[in-house]
Every structure is written in C-alpha cells, then in structure tokens.
Ligand binder design. Structure first.
Ligand code: COA
Length: 307
C-alpha cells in the first residue's frame, strides 16, 4: 500500500517585512542579512489555523475536492494556536473534513515527518489525507534580537495525499532526532526562540547531508537521479553547503527563502509548491525533500512526482 501526492496549495500573510524594515530599528542591514542568509523579505501575520485553512482550500480547489472528501489531517506545526485543542481540530472544523486530525511537532523538520505519518496511515478505509505544514514563528520571535528576528516568519503549505494499491510514490524516508542538541535552539513556554546560530548551522549541514545520503542509498538512488531538491528554507548558505557535499546543483534546487524567510513547517511545502507552479517538476521526476530543526530533528524523503 502507498500514496501519491495529487495536489498542493500555499498561504502567506499579506504583510511584507523587508530587511530594510528591520534595519530601521535593529542594528543590522539589508546587505548583512542578504549575504549571510539569502533572505530579503518575509511575511508576517495570521494564525497557524488560518494559514493552514487557506493553503488547504487552495490544494482542494486545484483538484475539485471539498473538505468532506478528506479522511485525515496531519498538521505539522511548532506554533500551535493554543495548547489544547490541537490546531488540526480547528482546521478540520473549518474545512469540514471526516476522520481524524492530529498535530505533529518535529520543528522545522516536521513537514516530512507529517508526510511519512500520513503515508503510513492511508489505506482503503482512509483513502485521502491533507498534510499541512504551517507555522507562525513571528509569535515566538523576539523582534529586538537581531540574531533571530532576521530569520523567522509565517507561512503554510498543504498537499493532498491519496491512497493507491501498490507501493505508492513515497520511495523512501529517513527521520531522526538528537535531543542532546536541545540547547542550540529552543523556546520555552511564554518565551521566545533562543538560538546558537553558528552551532545550528554546522549541525544542520551535517544532518541534512547524512540523512539525504541515507535515504538515497535506501532507495537505491544516486544524487544525479534527483530532478529537484526541496530543502528546508532556513539559510541559503546551509542549502549551498549541503548541496555541494551531496553533489546536487543549485539549478536543481527549490528556493523561496529570499521571499519567505524561515517558515519552519511551512518551508518545504512552500518551496515544493513554488517549483510545481513554475512547471519545474514533471511526471515521473524524483523529488528529494529534506529538513532540520530544533530538537535537533532532521528528515528526508524521496517522492516520485505524478500519479
Ligand atoms: N545583523 C548584523 N550583524 C549580526 C546579525 C544581524 N542580524 N546577527 C548577528 N550579527 C553579528 C554577530 O553578533 C557577530 O558579531 P561579532 O563577530 O561582533 O560577535 C557577527 O554578526 C557574526 O556572527 P555569526 O553568528 O558568526 O554569523 P553567521 O555567519 O554564523 O550568521 C546566522 C549568523 C544566524 C545567520 C547563521 O549562523 C545561521 O543562519 N545559522 C543557522 C540558523 C538557523 O538556520 N536556524 C533555524 C534552524 S531551523
């Protein structure tokens, strides 16, 4: 049993915050942020549920589906709108979905975690799932801390997965966590994100490369077989460093962080949808998605595009 990805949709808040906007009150500059991160602007606003619903509605509309056609919601977020209930419950109510709904928190690696969970749950009695990656990091960012304020933002992406007889299109995955690295990136209740950027950078490159090599090898593939790499959108230098080690050229990589900043769970589906909308993915193409985040978590998966 397996699944295929049949649709996608995204949502970004209307409010654009540029590096110049941040430099108007922080000791930073557009040049510093662009050179060190690749980020030029980001979107701020909305709730995790509202962005999730908007992205999901677009994904459903693309293929003429309604909320009532969905049997399962797996929502990856690290910024749930409240402690209880899960944000996925609000999203389910607004979309009118059937079946179960759950939140998953694996930080910025979460979307691929959610994809793997949904893929494993689909079957004849649960034929269609919405997998959502949504975060509103602006709500846990200290806007007076230049080392984090320039990075984090809000956004969401959603995909529809459908059950298929046979092995499906998710060809392999690798999920991991190293909880001993918690101190490098965390946010306690009622607080804001704390980060040791340099250490996160180093560990992220290593984790992404190891995880991608593992998933390629488990699927019997080489980096040259990958038509498009869709990495977590945290920092263009992390993407370039990992790609160089993996042997994946930037021309075969999806990048939206210049416009979105780091949207955590929203990052991979936003980049995937951007590439799909631009016609950069063709039927049968192999797509490598990978992420890393607080935990420290990491995840990668290989998806064959098309039905
Ligand atoms: N504007 C200007 N200067 C800044 C700055 C900013 N926004 N943020 C930090 N600096 C300063 C530092 O204070 C430091 O000054 P010092 O040398 O006087 O101490 C200097 O720039 C260099 O800092 P450093 O941390 O070495 O820079 P860097 O090249 O590592 O870039 C990050 C910093 C945060 C951009 C980078 O480490 C990074 O992206 N790390 C990963 C973060 C991440 O992806 N987090 C999310 C994971 S899901």
């Amino acid at each position: 049993m397996g699944s295929v990805l049949v649709s996608w949709g995204t949502a970004l808040p209307e409010k654009v915050v540029t590096n110049h906007d941040l430099a108007s009150y922080l000791d930073t500059s557009d040049q510093w942020v662009t050179e060190r991160t690749g980020i030029r602007e980001r979107r701020i606003g909305g709730s995790t549920a509202s962005l999730s619903v908007e992205a999901s509605q677009r994904a459903l509309e693309r293929v003429g589906l309604a909320g009532s056609d969905i049997d399962l919601i797996v929502l990856s977020t690290t910024t749930a709108d409240q402690m209880v209930p899960g944000t996925s419950a609000d999203v389910s109510a607004q979309l009118g979905t059937r079946g179960g709904a759950m939140d998953i928190n694996a930080a910025c690696a979460g979307f691929v975690y959610a994809l793997v969970v949904a893929n494993g749950m689909l079957g004849p009695n649960t034929p269609r799932a919405l997998v959502i990656g949504a975060d509103t990091l602006s709500r846990i960012t200290d806007w007076d801390d230049r080392s984090t304020a320039v990075l984090f933002a809000d956004g969401a992406g959603a995909v529809v997965l459908e059950y298929r007889e046979g092995p499906g299109n998710l060809l392999g995955w690798d999920l991991g966590v190293d909880g001993s690295a918690r101190r490098f990136l965390y946010c306690d209740h009622g607080s804001t994100l704390k980060m040791e950027g340099r250490e996160v950078f180093r560990k992220a490159v290593r984790a992404v490369v190891d995880s991608c090599e593992k998933v390629l090898s488990s699927a019997g593939l080489k980096a040259s077989d990958i038509a498009l790499c869709v990495p977590h959108q945290a920092n263009i230098r992390i993407i370039e460093a990992a790609n160089e080690r993996l042997g994946i050229p930037m021309e075969r990589t999806a990048v939206v962080l210049d416009r979105t900043g780091n949207t955590s769970s929203g990052s991979v589906p936003l980049a995937l949808a951007d590439a799909a909308d631009a016609g950069r993915i063709n039927e049968g193409d192999l797509v490598l998605m990978c992420g890393f985040g607080a935990g420290m978590t990491w995840s990668s998966a290989i998806l064959r595009w098309g039905s």
